[in-house]
Design a protein around this ligand. Structure first.
Ligand code: PEP
Ligand code: MG
Length: 577
């Protein structure tokens, strides 16, 4: 019978995937370490001590089972204890140590692989659980052998067409897995606005986050349906269910084909208001998707991925090359480059840089980190300026929380310009410099920021996190992450109104901008510039073209007075075309 489990869905334009599970191994496969013949006896003793330690540990666990606990729990532990003396596991491991002169951890692992391979041939669900028992037992013995907890490097695995199931995933892993053809993600931890989730969405990879104990409940190699629309993962699939999902996949593809007819159509509301629809880019290769989906420009290029999966910092030339490849690919449409936003959930290896960790979201992140570490920031600033000689570029500062940060950046930019003039390097002297509104403090002083900057862009992912005091990475509080919270709507309105008062362009580049359910509301609030992952552009354009902007504002005006009393569903329902 089909089994369904639930987490939080991260859906793009193709919110369903069907594929076999790939359990991202949390423990590294122990590597063979040759040992001298004279060490074999000591290694065998080490194995015996580990077996004894694991056995005593399990016996203690069994003794502590409270009275009245169902009998099968104790039996389950007994079966593990028996396995620890089973010759197929223990004697065979000893043989590997003797015959191959290798360390005990590796010998145990290779015997585990041999046994699991036998179980993998079997279709029977009960026998499959026995295979998992072997894994649990081996893991326990490995712990007593002192095997480390890190997982195998993502770069070495083959996940083409597979559903990667992991305890957690870093944004850096997500990128590597995408390059290796992953079909979907199922992750035990992480909120829907974590950068991993945003990446998955922007890469159009369906994902279910916050599915607790997924690594235990799902089995390597089994066929899964990932339904990111409902946040569910289905296993033990009945044929009817599989058929249903195959038909849904075909439906999504048909809808996407249907939307494609809008690519060259203008983004204009029914009553003639032009709307700027821009793309968010994570990687230079996303330029193709941005152009294919008719983006009028790039409203957010997240440059931190330039720093990931590597051991040395990029220098000015590498930044420049990266930006030039994008500017050239965009063929004259504008590119907004956001300066580095490292330090919260987008970390780089400690060997490269070591940001403060006590409370990363509130710590030395983004522009704070850049101003503290000019060695990190200046090569990027100079490269952005140099790239501006080749095409329309805007520079955007993340996480502004006070005016002094803006002043400091403007000063650094003037200094960089002065140096470049001196060195005869070309740049655009009028390159616009803007700031992201991601912190309530910045939203509340948007008027002052608008006077000092050339444009503003509302980063709702962080603005919601900081307004509602909800860690966007923590799935335990993701139920509180609410773009329609009255305070969030009021802050957005305040930013738009403040920017308009000084005729400063204002856009939105958080995930909210790419969610077509909110298009009517945002148009009603006065937003005219939306930046989103390329996969959402046509869906939002469709919505824009069916909305009457004036009517949206008129409907919204009285509702704004009663946001606390208006249920979110009603608000949204009244603001659909
Ligand atoms: C945001 O916070 O809304 C945003 C666009 O930036 P990021 O998601 O990269 O933090
Ligand atoms: Mg942000």
């Amino acid at each position: 019978m089909t089994i369904s489990m639930h987490g939080t869905g991260i859906d793009g334009s193709r919110p369903v995937a069907i594929g076999r599970a790939y359990l991202l191994n949390r423990e590294p496969s122990p590597q063979p370490a040759p040992i001298a013949a004279s060490q074999v006896a000591a290694e065998l003793m080490r194995l015996d001590r580990a077996l004894e330690g694991a056995r005593l540990h399990l016996e203690r666990v069994r003794e502590q089972i409270p009275e009245g606990t169902p009998k099968h729990i104790a039996e389950f532990i007994d079966s593990h204890l028996m396995m620890m003396t089973d010759s197929a596991l223990v004697d065979a491991t000893r043989d590997v140590i003797r015959e191959q002169s290798v360390n005990a951890s590796y010998a145990l692992q290779s015997q585990r692989d041999t046994l699991v391979a036998v179980f993998d041939q079997m279709e029977d669900a009960y026998l499959r659980t026995r295979r998992d028992d072997i894994d649990h037992v081996v893991r326990q013995i490995q712990q007593f052998l002192g095997a480390g907890p890190d997982r195998a490097p993502v770069v070495e695995i083959d996940v083409d067409g597979r559903v990667v199931v992991a305890e957690d995933l870093t944004p850096a892993d997500t990128i590597l897995l995408r390059q290796r053809g992953v079909a979907a993600f199922v992750v035990e931890h992480g909120g829907p606005m974590s950068h991993t989730a945003i990446l998955a969405r922007s890469l159009d990879i369906p994902a279910v986050m916050g599915l607790h104990r997924a690594c235990e409940r799902l089995h390597d190699g089994e066929l899964l349906v990932v339904d990111a629309e409902t946040g569910s993962v289905l296993t033990e699939l009945e044929p009817g269910i599989l058929e249903h999902y195959r038909a849904r996949l075909a439906g999504f593809d048909a809808h996407r084909r249907e939307l494609r007819r809008l690519v060259r159509e203008p983004a204009v509301t029914l009553d003639g208001t032009p709307v700027l629809l821009l793309a968010n880019l994570e990687l230079p290769e996303d330029v193709t998707a941005a152009r294919d989906n008719g983006a009028a420009g790039v409203g957010l290029y997240r440059t931190e991925f330039l720093y990931m999966n590597r051991d040395v910092l990029p220098d000015e030339e590498e930044h420049l090359e990266n930006y030039l490849s994008i500017v050239r690919g965009l063929d004259g449409i504008p590119l907004t480059i956001r300066t580095l936003d490292l330090g919260a959930d987008k970390q780089i290896p400690d060997t490269v840089f070591h940001p403060a960790r006590t409370n990363p979201a509130l710590g030395l992140r983004a522009i704070r980190l850049c101003l503290k570490e000019p060695g990190l920031f200046l090569p990027q600033l100079r490269a952005i300026l140099r790239a501006s000689a080749e095409g329309p570029i805007r520079l955007m500062i993340p996480m502004i929380s006070c005016m002094s940060e803006v002043e400091a950046v403007l000063q650094l930019v003037s200094e960089a310009r002065r140096q470049m003039r001196r060195d005869g390097l070309p740049f655009d002297p009028l390159m616009p410099i803007g700031g992201m509104i991601e912190v309530p403090a910045a939203a509340l002083m948007a008027g002052a920021l608008a006077k000092r900057l050339d444009f503003l862009s509302i980063g709702t992912n962080d603005l919601i996190q900081y307004t509602l005091a909800i860690d966007r990475v923590d799935d335990a509080v993701s139920y509180l992450y609410d773009p329609l919270h009255p305070s969030v709507i009021r802050l957005i309105k305040h930013v738009i109104d403040s920017a308009k008062a000084t005729r400063t362009p204002v856009g939105m580049c958080g995930e909210m901008a790419g969610d077509a359910r909110f298009t009517g509301l945002l148009l009603g609030l006065g937003l005219r510039e939306f930046s989103m992952h390329p996969g959402s552009l046509l869906e939002v354009k469709d919505r824009v073209r069916r909305c009457d902007r004036r009517q949206m504002s008129q409907t919204l005006a009285p509702l704004l007075e009663h946001l606390e009393e208006t249920p979110a569903e009603e608000l949204l329902a009244r603001l659909q075309p």
